[in-house]
Design a protein around this ligand. Structure first.
Ligand SMILES: C[S@@+](CC[C@H](N)C(=O)[O-])C[C@H]1O[C@@H](n2cnc3c(N)ncnc32)[C@H](O)[C@@H]1O
Length: 258
């Protein structure tokens, strides 16, 4: 009897399959973690521990789950999740309680990426998931400092790969995971995939080759010049300050056919 050789999916085929069927961000990563047989992973930016708890519950093949977060107010982080110390301290306790069932697998690193990331040995991780400070400064630090922690053949993914840099109000810092992560992939020679739910994933390979593979069909402009035009920013600020007036004006213009 001739036994046909088992055809393993390439990373791209695997990502495509998971992206096509996952009904949520959590399910997408659970599928990927299981399909890639990830054993050691890190989550950078843990907040209330919901993602960590969901992954640890479902991905029983995990042996080590690093949870890195300062769980404290950061004076130089202008994003809505930057709460007061008391709130973030409570979120830390909440996270521990939610993941106590996986105590033996969990490694808590309490601090910012630059403060504690080197407690993870280089080449340790099968997967790193970045979901922390999404500003230009934050994503630059996270990608540059976390990448060496991923083994060759391993993956680095993340959240908030939003097409618009204006993920939050204009009073907050813009989100620049996209396009910075694409620039980073080009710098290190990795193939980076845009996934549903504003996720990205790149693979660290021994033979550098950059490509940006958009599995969503939503990412067109890799530049920044159209994202910060005075007209665009002014429009956004008006929407934020006078939503009812702007909505009324738009409706009037639509009625008048202008
Ligand atoms: C969006 S939340 C993370 C959500 C979490 N991954 C989830 O899916 O449930 C962002 C987290 O990043 C953390 N953070 C912000 N700046 C950071 C930094 N410089 N280093 C590490 N973590 C940071 C914040 O404390 C916050 O808990």
């Amino acid at each position: 009897m001739v036994v046909a050789p088992i055809q393993l999916d390439s990373p791209e085929q695997l990502l495509r399959k998971c992206a096509a069927k996952a009904p949520s961000r959590l399910e997408l990563w659970v599928e990927l973690i299981q399909s890639l047989s990830v054993q050691r992973m890190a989550e950078i930016g843990v907040y209330r521990g919901d993602f960590a708890a969901g992954v640890l519950q479902r991905c029983t093949g995990l042996t080590t789950y690093y949870m890195l977060d300062p769980w404290r107010h950061l004076a130089d982080w202008h994003k809505p999740a930057n709460q007061q110390d008391a709130v973030l301290g409570e979120f830390f306790r909440e996270t521990k309680a939610k993941t106590d069932f996986a105590k033996a697998k969990r490694v808590i690193l309490r601090g910012t990426t630059t403060e504690v990331v080197d407690q993870i040995p280089d080449g340790e991780l099968d997967l790193a998931y970045i979901d922390a400070d999404h500003t230009l400064k934050g994503i630059a630090i996270d990608l540059i400092r976390v990448y060496p922690k991923v083994r060759v053949g391993g993956f680095l993914g993340g959240d908030d790969f939003t097409r618009s840099v204006w993920e939050h109000k204009t009073t907050f810092e813009p989100t620049l995971v996209f396009p910075f992560a694409v620039y980073f992939a080009e710098a290190v020679g990795a193939t980076i995939y845009a996934l549903p739910y504003s996720q990205f994933c790149l693979q660290k390979t021994g033979s550098p080759q950059f490509a940006f593979v958009d599995l969503t069909g939503h990412y067109d402009d890799l530049g920044l010049r159209n994202k910060f035009t005075p007209k665009k920013v002014f429009k956004l600020m008006m929407w934020e300050r006078f939503p009812r007036l702007i909505r009324f004006t738009s409706q009037m213009r639509a009625l008048l056919g202008r």
